[in-house]
Design a binder for this molecule. Structure first.
Ligand code: 5AD
Ligand code: SF4
Length: 440
């Protein structure tokens, strides 16, 4: 088989997966392959999969079915690789289920992608690699980032929290932090190449540093990156409420480049449900954390994740989730119906709820939050916000960028502002974005 020339990656799921796709793209480009705009034009297609909820899994299987059909048709030559969490979860079972799969590669095996492609070409048999390289967190796999302005940087892999609904610890393994000097070197090189904003990625960034040879905390990491010339903004996802330290609150308050924005998944407002989820905080402790954060950083933008219909959640528990949404007034939320995941402890809990109950509760959550988000967005009208200009808006005609609170904002202005920080006065607010006028 001659070497392949083009590839296309379809990414499902979270920012971690998006970034892993950038890495796989980086490896393939360094091998001389070029990205193809569509699946039909590609000789290799990678499906980078997500297994966090059943729905994500179903989306992948229907895409895989479509690809397998395409491969069978007219003798089209196409190499199919499955990467990400479903690859890790299913391993070689994927091959028996869909024989047209050529490669199965787990999230911590990405560094071996080109080797696997060669092996497939030479050996003729499908190749599965899900063992996970224990040294993966020390390896810098080149990432082909497309943005030019904003970059994701992984600071840790895996998760040790074992929330009872979550499949992540089983698929991404134990928590490993990347050494500080590796992260700083990557950030410096991004700054040299013109990147202005860094988003640190990890399942639980505020426990960064555990187990490192040279001990370092997340606030210390932020302090060091604050010193990197050229980087104007620092963001991070995701934080666990239990680990929200005084040090981190201080870093958000005191470090000018750290944006006043935090994603702090609460999941539920009921202490009974939080305990069953193994979240290890109570709703009052969460409220207290938010109070401290807002006392220190009044302008902080706060977003969260909610799960409705966790096993055993009764009407009263659910009412408490609505209460916490009303009390805290999050800027935005991501809400999900509880979904059964393999190997997780919640599978064995009593009181699994009918789909319709979950559906109704999810709708109530969305309806309540819709009002809150719009009200909060409108509170910005009249204020002046700093915006990193990302370029022309999707609809065209205006510029677009994000505020420090991570709100999308559109405004009129010259194109050469792309990449700069400007001040914009907010004139109106919709449910998902703001509109404003450029200040002189
Ligand atoms: N069912 C529903 N939502 C889930 N999440 C994680 N696992 C599940 C599950 N089994 C949600 C949590 C988490 C977000 C990334 O996905 O809210 O914070
Ligand atoms: Fe899953 Fe909990 Fe870890 Fe988040 S913190 S990845 S929800 S186990």
């Amino acid at each position: 088989m001659p070497p392949m020339k083009s590839f296309h990656i379809i990414t499902f799921g979270c920012q971690m997966n998006e970034h892993d796709s950038e890495r796989m793209s980086g490896i393939l480009r360094s091998q001389g392959l070029v990205p193809a705009a569509t699946v039909d034009d590609a000789e290799m297609v990678i499906l980078n999969t997500c297994s966090i909820r059943e729905k994500a899994e179903q989306k992948f299987y229907s895409e895989l079915g479509r690809l397998a059909h395409l491969k069978g048709r007219d003798g089209k030559r196409i190499t199919i690789a499955v990467a990400g969490c479903i690859a890790q979860q299913e391993g070689s079972r994927l091959l028996s289920r869909t024989p047209s799969v050529d490669l199965v590669i787990g999230p911590s095996d990405i560094a071996r992608l080109s080797e696997m492609i060669e092996q497939r070409r030479d050996g003729g048999r499908p190749v599965v690699e899900t063992g996970g390289d224990p040294e993966y967190h020390h390896k810098l796999v080149p990432a082909a980032r497309t943005d030019g302005l904003k970059a994701w940087v992984s600071i840790m892999y895996g998760c040790d929290n074992f929330c009872t609904y979550c499949v992540v610890p089983y698929l991404r393994g134990r928590e490993r932090s990347r050494p500080l000097q590796d992260i700083i070197a990557e950030v410096r090189s991004l700054a040299d190449r013109g990147y202005r904003e860094i988003t640190f990625l990890g399942q639980n960034v505020n426990s960064y540093g555990k187990g490192l040879e040279a001990p370092c905390s997340f606030p210390e990491l932020l302090c060091q990156v604050q010193e990197v010339d050229g980087i104007e903004r620092i963001r991070f996802v995701t934080s666990h409420p239990r680990d929200l330290s005084v040090g981190l609150v201080g870093a958000i308050r005191d470090l000018p480049k750290v944006c006043e924005s935090i994603h702090l998944p609460v999941q539920s407002g009921s202490d009974r449900v939080l305990a069953a989820m193994n979240r290890r905080y109570t709703s009052d402790e969460y409220r207290e954390n938010v109070k401290q954060l807002r006392d220190a950083v009044p302008a902080v933008s706060l977003t969260t994740d909610i799960i409705v219909g966790f096993p055993g959640e009764d009407d009263e528990d659910f009412a408490m989730t609505l209460d916490i949404l009303r009390d805290i007034q999050f800027d935005t939320i991501f809400a999900f119906k509880y979904s059964k995941r393999p190997n997780t402890k919640a599978l064995d809990l009593p009181g699994h709820l009918p789909e319709q109950v979950k559906e109704d509760r999810l709708e109530q959550v969305f309806a309540l939050q819709k009002e809150i988000t719009l009200r909060k967005n409108r509170q910005h009208v009249g204020s002046v916000q700093e915006v990193l200009v990302e370029g022309e808006s999707r609809k065209g005609g205006t510029l677009t960028g994000r505020t420090r609170g991570n709100m999308a904002l559109n405004f009129a202005g010259p194109h050469n502002l792309k990449g700069s920080l400007v001040k914009v006065r907010i004139t109106s607010a919709g449910p998902n974005s703001l509109i404003g006028d450029l200040c002189e």
